[in-house]
Structures are given as C-alpha cells and as structure tokens.
Design a protein around this ligand. Structure first.
Ligand SMILES: Nc1ncnc2c1ncn2[C@@H]1O[C@H](COP(=O)(O)OP(=O)(O)O)[C@@H](O)[C@H]1O
Ligand SMILES: [Mg+2]
Length: 236
C-alpha cells in the first residue's frame, strides 16, 4: 500500500462522558473515524459539539470513557501518563487558539525550545530552526519577543513550533479563532502548504464557514456525533 493511502489513525466507538456536579455530559457520543497519512481535514461543528474533546483524545491529553484509538497500529487511548507524554513529543504537534507561546522568549527561542526538550544539540537546532523560520516567513522576526507580534504572526510562530519536531500529525484547535479573517486564511494556507510539502497529516477544528471551506475533507460534528464526512474540492 502506498504511503498516500496508509491508515494513520483509527477511532473505534469513542465516547467521552464528563460528570460535572453529578450530572452526565456526553461530549463525544460514539465516534468511528479513519484518517490517512497526509490528509488535510477540518473538524467542523458548532460550539459545544465536541471538537476540543475529540482533539484532546486523539492527542492523548485525555482518555476516552470507552472505545479505542490506534495511531500507526499502536493503541494510544490507554497509555500511562509518561508513555503518552513521550508519544506526544515524538508524534504530535499542537496548535491552540490562544497560541500558548512562552512570552519571555524570542520567536527563535520559542521554536528552538521543542528541540531542546528532544535533546538535540546546538548546531542542529540552529540549522533546523533557521530553516523552519524561513519556511513560515518568520526570518525577519526571529529575534523579537513574541509579545511584540500581531496575532497572525504569533500563530505563525505556533505553526513553526508545532512542525519543528517533524510530527506525523498536527492537531490544531480553532487555530484561527483569535485572528481576523485575512490572518486566519493565511494561517490555513501556510498549514496547507506545509501539509503538501512534508505530508504531515493536519486535523484542525473550526466553526467558521470560510476556514472550513479550505480543508480537503470536512468532518461535521453535532452533539458529539459525526453527522457528515465529505471530501470537498478546494476553492481559491
Ligand atoms: N471539562 C469538562 N467538564 C464538563 N463538561 C465539559 C468539559 N469539557 C467540555 N465539556 C462539555 O462537553 C461538550 C463538548 O465540549 P467541547 O469538546 O469543548 O466542544 P467544542 O470544542 O466543539 O466547543 C460541551 O457540552 C461542553 O460543555
Ligand atoms: Mg472547542
């Protein structure tokens, strides 16, 4: 089987029930889903439909109440805390609505930090971060503190940081939620370009029709269930 059709992620009968104040909230209510290596997918749906919960389950930040998740044939839905941390570091890149950058560090240092955690030496870090900043259009801003940047620029730093460790899968929870529509579309274009170039699978969530329309495949959630799963021709 060619790489293009290789199954990367399989969710089987996933549920996640929260029990705040002794009442039950079924945030994810029986999801079955297959993602293939290199797909560019939007998880769409209104606020409260379960998008963040599902992304957190796939990213092993949380565990399902029932069901299994396999990543490259390995079950990741019941890993210990330390095993899931290792898995995330090696396989997953996260991008959040609120950017989650380290304010006291420069653009360069925010991206480099991932490689420091991976134990990569100074020379290789320098080379790789320089290349990644060029690929994300951040070369000129490398020595700026991230707090001095616009929202769109900060989100580009978050994209660079998510990609620098060569993850197999990027999970982006409403990555354009705090951006104006022009910056939001630009971030999606950047992600799509990197998806094509590196064949990184990208799964992002959004409830903005314009941002949803930029995906190759749209999975629509409602009340914790998939109500539609469609391939769409890309406009633009
Ligand atoms: N930590 C939590 N405790 C209790 N309920 C939660 C928690 N997180 C999410 N929920 C509930 O689960 C449902 C799905 O939420 P969420 O996954 O955040 O949806 P979305 O990201 O699509 O807005 C909502 O009803 C929400 O209120
Ligand atoms: Mg959410």
């Amino acid at each position: 089987m060619s790489d293009a059709t290789r199954i990367q992620l399989t969710l089987r009968d996933i549920t996640r029930v929260y029990t705040p104040n002794n009442h039950q909230v079924q945030a994810v209510a029986g999801i079955n889903l297959i993602l293939r290596q290199g797909e560019f997918v939007c998880l769409a749906g209104p606020s409260g439909s379960g998008k963040s919960t599902l992304l957190n389950l796939i990213g092993t930040l949380d565990q399902p109440s029932s069901g299994t998740i396999h990543f490259d044939n390995r079950e990741i839905s019941s890993l210990s805390r330390s095993a899931s941390a290792l898995f995330r570091r090696s396989a997953i890149g996260f991008i959040f609505q609120t950017f989650n950058l380290i304010p006291v560090l420069t653009v360069f240092e925010n991206v480099e930090y991932v490689l420091v955690l991976q134990g990569i030496g100074t020379d290789e870090r320098q080379t790789r971060v320089t290349m990644m900043l060029a690929a994300t259009g951040l070369t000129e801003l490398a020595q700026r503190r991230v707090t001095e940047l616009s929202g769109g620029q900060q989100q580009r730093v978050a994209v660079a940081r998510a990609l620098i460790g060569n993850p197999l899968l990027i999970l982006a929870d409403e990555p354009t939620g705090n951006l104006d529509s022009t910056s939001g579309a630009a971030i999606l274009e950047l992600l799509h370009h990197l998806n094509r170039e590196h064949r990184t699978t990208i799964l992002y969530s959004s409830h903005d029709p314009r941002i949803i329309s930029l995906a190759d495949r749209v999975i629509l959630l409602q009340d914790g269930k998939i109500i539609e799963d469609r391939i769409q021709p890309r406009g633009a």
